[in-house]
Design a protein around this ligand. Structure first.
Ligand code: ADP
Ligand code: ZN
Ligand code: MG
Length: 493
């Protein structure tokens, strides 16, 4: 068996309004070549200027990955010729990346691992090339868009770990609000590096798999590549250092090119951009942008509110979902509920009814905070159910009315007369009318008791209780109904 080593290079589009070195709009899906100017088109004599928001977002990701931000960070030109790059060089960072030597702990699905982060650096994206028949079309809207690259150390070993890393990282940048994480649109892209070797022999000769646009492909491509390299070594062949592509139709990696060395890019410092020295104000704004991250938040939900790991994971999938949960919980506690009891009930509602309703109404989970059934209304319902003031069935009906009429649950329940009936006299009247209708059944229960047929007596009693509940539209307190029905059976025996 071989030991495997996986290192990822993950690129994210930062959600800055404008590009990283010019004032052009940064947006996906606009009319081609409409968001361009002399700077991002690489005209001679133009001057780039750094978008400070891009630097702030980049540093925020770096800090969330436990990286050190150096006192001085600057840009280099990375030279290469390709039509999607009008300047013939890309402004990137080489010697002084904005984030250095961090780590991300991935935990869950039986995986528990610290992945060291080598660096995070800020750069500009290239344009997009579309090949159609004999011509290639170029869209430069993407040229110059803020791109942050995160490079890990080769600390992962399986496709599953790499997939999980990307999913956790994606959730993290979405929490930070710096990237939408949309892999299909290319806002998050990954290149995967992998090598294998005999145990204890250190790193092997690496293969890079380029442009993986889903975390599932990352897993499939890496596992395929680990198998392929193992077969080569088994046959006494060497692994060739090269760049490969994932062919999703054939489920295999295929060679693309042999890899150029770092010096092929002839990096040199970008003379048109000053060295960036983050001051106290800038660093404070970075710390301020660091919201509570998904993993610590999940752990807190488990420890403080008794959620299961799976519940916490699902509730924390989106930051908005976790915010919704906490807002509802705070309101339920304000209404006198015990916090763990409230947390469990609210989690159940969110993961079943509300999840279903959001799907039905076509509301993306990230917009849950603007859902008509907001956290305050959910908390009110949960408290009413917990106190036995409304049945679960009526609470679910109330939700439909809340959505249709945009009203508070208390009002709806009052107007529709859905409040639970706990008045013994009111219940006694219904019990009596059922007694009149079902006199024969009452008689049967009594004979069952006399014959000592407890099982039959219980079945018939349950039937009678059900009749009374149905007659009140499910609103009568089941405990009171049962004791009244039993008392009546005993009395007339
Ligand atoms: P390059 O100069 O080829 O870009 P880097 O040292 O910058 O190589 O590393 C790029 C990525 O490849 C990193 O994620 C790193 O962890 C990973 N990597 C480097 N060497 C190996 C190896 N021998 N096996 C697996 N991954 C590797
Ligand atoms: Zn521009
Ligand atoms: Mg590299």
């Amino acid at each position: 068996m071989y030991q495997s080593f996986i290192g990822l290079e993950v690129h994210i589009h930062l959600l800055t309004k404008t590009k990283v070195f010019c004032g052009c709009r940064s947006a996906f899906g606009d009319e081609p070549n409409t968001n361009v100017c002399p700077v991002c088109m690489g005209y001679p004599g133009v001057l780039p200027s750094l978008n400070i928001e891009a630097m702030r977002m980049g540093c925020t990701v770096a800090r969330a990955l436990n990286c050190r931000i150096p006192p001085r960070t600057w840009f280099e030109r990375k030279q290469y010729f390709y039509p999607d790059m009008p300047k013939n060089y890309q402004i990137s960072q080489f010697a002084s990346p904005l984030g250095q030597e961090g780590f991300l702990d991935i935990e869950g699905r039986g995986i528990r691992k610290r992945v060291r982060i080598k660096e995070c650096h800020l750069e500009e994206d290239a344009g997009k090339m579309i090949h159609t028949g004999t011509v290639s079309l170029l869209d430069y809207n993407r040229a110059g868009v803020s791109l942050l690259e995160i490079v890990t150390e080769p600390d992962m070993e399986t496709g599953e770990e790499a997939e999980f890393f990307i999913q956790q990282f994606r959730r993290m940048v979405r929490y930070l609000g710096v990237c939408d994480g949309n892999m299909e649109e290319g806002s998050l892209r990954a290149d995967a590096n992998v090598s294998i070797n005999l145990p204890g022999k250190g790193l092997g000769r690496k293969v890079e798999i380029k442009n993986l646009n889903s975390s599932r492909f990352v897993r499939l491509a890496l596992n395929h590549e680990i198998r392929r390299q193992g077969e080569r070594l088994d046959q006494g062949k060497e692994v060739i250092q090269e760049t490969r592509l994932w062919n999703e139709n054939r489920d295999q990696t295929e060679p693309m090119r042999t890899k150029e060395n770092a010096q092929d890019y002839r990096y040199f410092p970008e003379p048109d951009l000053p060295v960036f020295e983050p001051d106290g104000t800038f660093l404070a704004s970075v710390e301020e942008a660091l919201v509570e991250l998904p993993v610590p938040r999940m752990r807190r939900f488990e420890a403080d509110f008794g959620l299961s790991a799976e519940q916490a994971d699902l509730i924390c999938e989106e930051k908005a979902g976790a915010d919704y949960f906490e807002a509802a919980l705070a309101e339920a506690v304000r209404r006198g509920m015990e916090s763990r009891d409230a947390a469990g009930r609210i989690a159940n509602w969110i993961l079943t009814d509300i999840k279903h309703l959001l799907g039905r109404e076509g509301i993306p989970p990230k917009d849950i905070l603007s859902f008509t059934l907001g956290p305050r209304r959910l908390a009110a319902l949960v408290a009413l159910v917990a106190r036995g003031e409304v049945s679960l069935k009526n609470a679910r009906e109330a939700v439909e009315v809340i959505l249709a009429e945009d009203q508070d649950p208390e009002l709806i329940i009052r107007e529709r007369g859905w409040a639970r009936i706990a008045d013994p006299e009111k219940i006694a009247r219904t019990v009596h009318s059922v007694y009149t209708e079902e006199a024969a059944v009452f008689g049967e229960v009594r004979s069952a008791h006399t014959e000592g047929n407890t099982k039959r007596a219980n079945t018939l009693t349950a039937y009678l209780v059900g009749k009374v509940l149905a007659a009140t539209g499910g609103r009568a307190d089941p405990g009171i109904v049962r004791s009244q029905v039993e008392a009546l059976i005993a009395k007339t025996a």
